[in-house]
Design a protein around this ligand. Structure first.
Ligand SMILES: Cc1ncc(COP(=O)(O)O)c(C=O)c1O
Length: 350
């Protein structure tokens, strides 16, 4: 079914200096919203940003039937706006929705919604080298019913917010062996709200102990590395880029996929496999140069400087010639249109 998106523009546009504002704090002036009822999407519209009216019985408020995505728009060298890997974000959104018994959003509706919204709020895409517009599509279950059930009604929305450097210095992370983020057969591979709420306490405890993030391990052995915060985990040692395989318990990160493709193109050996923290300890103890970093849309490439394993802290390599920085630069250059986009990852809004 074709959806026409109506657009109601905000009368007064006020673009403020957003650089000093923390990630995600300031939304742009418009949002997209569409309603799902009677098995179909209705009323697709870009409208001035507004608060929602929800019944206190709305199912999303009780049972966590919510899914979201996160992607970014950049200004290219030519001054055009580029949304990076919108197709892959739609694929993952579809998989998350399926896992959470929520209705699919047709690809055309997803792309048109984001296109129209970003075009209208184009002034908000930062021009600075470290700036981008973070785009947050999400869906919530809105049927008002207190009984535990799959909702029959939903809202699909998109909001945006300018984003700058997420982490300003290399990270200290702690390998988590008590709490787990996800187990086999669970929702770890879906970008659903509950995964994040469940991560708050262990992350808060790690922060209180002086770390920026936890490095999750698997739910059975508490030994194999999973991911970290809102990032996939990557390591480079012995001339190999190693990252945990997509086992169903970690997110299929778009940045992960992108960096692996770029690394393979550069002739770097890539392994997607189990990584035991014992293997990392061995590498550190043998005096090997170990790079560790997080890969994600918000943080892009986040160097890890310190990994705490048990009661010991190990130092990773973060020198300027590290492989992670080569990959980061390549990614930057593609998104900014500085080098050709041979993978067709860029979606340019004219
Ligand atoms: C749990 C988790 N892992 C990994 C990632 C990285 O995924 P992406 O590169 O698609 O942002 C994210 C962020 O979306 C995340 O929330």
């Amino acid at each position: 079914m074709e959806h026409t998106i109506s657009i109601t523009e905000q009368a007064e546009r006020k673009v403020t200096d957003t650089k000093s504002i923390p990630f995600g704090k300031v939304p742009t002036e418009h949002m997209f919203v569409a309603e799902y009822k009677d098995g179909e999407w209705h009323n697709a519209q870009v409208v001035p940003l507004h608060d929602l009216t929800l019944s206190p019985l709305a199912l999303c408020l009780h049972y966590g039937q919510t899914v979201f995505e996160g992607m970014k728009a950049f200004v290219t060298e030519e001054g055009k706006i580029n949304i990076f890997r919108i197709d892959k974000h739609h694929d993952r959104f579809s998989k998350s929705l399926h896992r959470m018994c929520m209705p699919a959003v047709p690809k055309k509706l997803f792309i048109d919604a984001i296109h129209n919204l970003v075009k209208l709020d184009a002034d908000w895409v930062p021009r600075e080298a470290d700036g981008s517009l973070y785009i947050r599509p999400f869906m919530i279950a809105t049927e008002d019913r207190i009984g535990v059930k799959v909702s029959d009604e939903f809202l699909f929305m998109v909001v945006c917010s300018p984003a700058f450097q997420y982490y300003t210095k290399p990270l200290k992370v702690k390998v988590e062996t008590t709490y787990v983020r996800a187990a086999q057969g669970g929702t770890g591979a879906a970008k659903c709200g509950g995964n994040y709420g469940g991560a708050f306490l262990p992350t808060q405890l790690a922060r209180e102990a002086g770390y920026d993030q936890v490095l999750w391990t698997d739910s059975i052995h508490h030994e194999f590395i999973e991911e970290s915060g809102t990032m996939n985990a990557m390591f480079y040692f012995d001339n190999v880029l190693v990252t945990p395989q997509l086992s169903g318990t970690i997110l299929d990160g778009v940045t992960r996929d992108t960096l692996l493709a770029l690394a393979r193109e550069k002739g770097i050996v890539v392994e997607e496999r189990h990584i035991s923290y014992h293997e990392l300890v061995r590498a550190f103890n043998e005096g090997k140069r170990v790079e560790a970093f997080g890969a994600g849309t918000a943080a892009v490439v986040a160097p890890i400087e310190t990994i705490a394993i048990g009661h010991k802290e190990y130092t990773c390599y973060t020198g300027a010639d590290a492989v992670m920085f080569r990959l980061q630069k390549e990614l930057y250059d593609i998104r900014r249109g500085i080098v050709p986009d041979t993978h067709k990852w860029n979606y340019i809004i004219n």
